[in-house]
Write a new protein. Structure first.
Length: 168
């Protein structure tokens, strides 16, 4: 198998992708129904309770998801067509993996260090910029964001041990 055949190999078909998205949508609708029910999904003496409309939206979401899931399993055209090939998935993962890393790092090292790592990493790996340019731009963006949110707007973002060492 040559490299073009490997790149063109279908990894996910449309039917599987539609079913997975509909399942996620149904789970979200179910969570909305559950939460709305506990908040009060009925009608009170003063009108609808706080969960009345979200409860109904959750039901609509679940019904729509069930229809999509049914169609995804029944349609031969959807199940035979390619959703993503190996070659198409690679650039998506090149962006998705660092973003997931950013979310994980931000919880422990703070938003600013995670943003610096994300920006500099993207510039260095995907943009092929030098370490000097990558770190300069990353530090500059983080400094401006820190100044804007922490000092000007006084809106605290997630901080890590480095910010605590500087007294923020």
């Amino acid at each position: 198998m040559d490299s073009n055949q490997k790149e063109d190999r279908v990894l996910i078909k449309h039917g599987v992708a539609e079913f997975a998205c509909a399942l996620a949508f149904m789970i979200a609708g179910g969570l909305l129904i559950w939460d709305s029910y506990h908040r009060g999904a009925g009608w009170g003496s003063a009108g609808p309770k706080s969960g009345y409309f979200p409860f109904r939206i959750g039901i609509i979401m679940c019904i729509a998801a069930a229809v999509v899931m049914f169609n995804a399993t029944r349609s031969k055209a959807i199940n035979s067509s390619s959703f993503v090939t190996r070659g198409e998935l690679k650039p998506v993962l090149q962006v998705l993996a660092p973003i997931l890393g950013f979310v994980a790092i931000a919880q422990f090292l703070g938003m600013y260090i995670a943003a610096l790592a994300l920006i500099a990493g993207f510039m260095r790996v995907l943009g092929k910029y030098s370490w000097l340019k990558s770190l300069t731009v990353g530090l500059s963006v983080v400094a401006v964001v820190f100044w804007l949110f922490e000092i000007q707007f006084m809106v605290p973002l997630i901080k890590g041990p480095l910010e605590a060492a500087f007294g923020y």
